[in-house]
Design a protein around this ligand. Structure first.
Ligand code: SF4
Ligand code: SF4
Length: 430
């Protein structure tokens, strides 16, 4: 009896596994169709795609395939009508998903194939949520346009995002709150930070942020051979700064969060870890007198460390398990002056530059609560956190570090790293 019950159970499981397979098959079928649709679309075979979809309406079975269907209509210069979205009365959630998918698709296609410009605002009657997603797309991408086009684009977007009627019909408060976020993006583009902060404050009051999110990453295009990294580091930093400015605008983050919150915590703890390459860059840009001044400050900190732990902070190999600050000793960075200003601001290392704005592992944002609160409040309706992807830059500096390690006598180290104190004290008594 017991065995029979067990057999029955396993049969039930088989059935559910089987239906699982069927679902997988359906999903893979949908993906195959979408690939086919996209191929026709990018080849400009609009009529062929239209015929395929008209003859097989059952193939338009996902939001993505419906978005391709709509994009095809628009590319043929036609207007979307309610019938195209759903035969029955379309649900608000479907309208939202479709608007989002349509703009996302357009954005990806635009990047890849530079296809025709479409004025999605002309479709607001049928897809009112395009007011959010198309404005978001335009404001975020205006930087890619020719200078002469930018003002037109900004004016056009302004006409929509300051018109309350365009947002009045959106279904929930969170969607309506997007109007303020877009206004903040617009003001930031104009460099009107105060107006941007006010708009962000309205947005935060009206927006219920979720806890889940995904990262959207911006990265620099700058590639440099290892032996060139040190002489080019100033330029690499400029590239990083440019992309991070874009992160600030797109994520609605204060231009200078640390200053805004009057916080210098990061410069007064066990932070940051600096590579040989980055330290040499700092050193090469200091006069002899400046270097001596910072060495004296560093030596005082190192002396305290020795007094407390009986050993100095050392240069270690990052590829081994040794730690550059094993006692997690807290100290004020030798480059921070009495007015709490960084004295090497334009040459400060990547860790200082990118904290709060970057991911180093493709999964998390390295940030303090002040940044995280802003990401939480300012993320888009789709819960994106737009950050700088620092992996390529870090790898570039890593390649250079390995090379320089040999030249500078770190024969047994692949990646020499240390606190700024350890680097500054390297040639002093310690
Ligand atoms: S990053 Fe955050 S914790 Fe660090 S100094 Fe700036 S505001 Fe303070
Ligand atoms: S280098 Fe500048 S920004 Fe970095 S910890 Fe030191 S003082 Fe702060």
């Amino acid at each position: 009896m017991e065995q029979a019950a067990k057999n029955l159970k396993s049969l039930e499981m088989l059935a559910s596994t089987d239906s699982g397979y069927r679902q997988l098959e359906q999903e893979s079928e949908s993906e195959k169709n979408q690939f086919k649709f996209l191929t026709l679309l990018t080849q400009g075979k609009y009529q062929e795609l239209d015929a395929l979809m008209m003859e097989n309406p059952h193939l338009i079975d996902t939001v993505s395939s419906k978005a391709i269907f709509l994009l095809n209509i628009l590319l043929r210069g036609q207007k979307i009508i309610p019938m195209h979205i759903s035969i029955r009365k379309p649900a608000p959630a479907l309208i939202d998903d479709l608007s989002y998918a349509l703009i996302e698709l357009y954005q990806n296609m635009h990047k890849l194939f530079e296809i025709a410009e479409i004025d999605f605002y002309q479709q607001l009657e049928v897809l009112p949520n395009l007011a959010i997603y198309f404005s978001d797309y335009l404001l975020k991408n205006v930087i890619l346009r020719e200078q002469s086009d930018r003002q037109d684009l900004l004016n056009k977007t302004k006409a929509i995002i300051f018109d309350d009627t365009k947002f009045a019909d959106l279904v929930d408060e969170n969607l309506r709150a997007q109007q303020y976020r877009l206004q903040a993006l617009y003001y930031r583009r104009l460099g009107q930070d105060e107006a941007a902060e006010q708009a962000i404050a309205h947005y935060s009051e009206n927006f219920q942020a979720g806890t889940s999110y995904h990262l959207e990453k911006l990265h620099t295009e700058f590639a440099c051979p290892s032996q060139e990294v040190l002489p080019q580091l100033g330029k690499i930093y400029q590239e990083v700064d440019a992309i991070q400015s874009e992160v600030l605008v797109q994520s609605g983050i204060y231009r200078d969060t640390c200053f805004y919150y009057q916080c210098t915590d990061c410069c007064k703890r066990d932070f940051p870890t600096v590579s040989l390459t980055e330290f040499l860059h700092i050193k090469n840009n200091l006069s002899k007198a400046e270097l001596e001044k910072f060495k004296t400050r560093a030596q005082a900190i190192q002396d305290e460390h020795i007094k407390e732990f009986g050993e100095p902070m050392k240069i270690v190999d990052q590829t081994t398990s040794s730690k550059e600050n094993p006692h997690e000793f807290k100290f004020t960075c030798p480059f921070l002056n009495e007015a709490d200003q960084c004295e090497i601001h334009s040459d400060r290392p990547l860790a200082c530059r990118s904290f709060g704005l970057a991911t180093i592992n493709n999964q998390d944002v390295q940030a303090c609560k002040f940044y995280l609160n802003q990401y939480q409040a300012n993320s888009s309706h789709r819960a994106e956190r737009i950050v700088y992807d620092s992996r390529e830059t870090t790898a570039m500096i890593g390649g250079s570090n390995k090379l320089l390690a040999q030249e500078h006598g770190f024969k047994n180290m692949k990646q020499p790293v240390g606190t700024l104190v350890a680097w500054l004290c390297l040639n002093s008594k310690s």
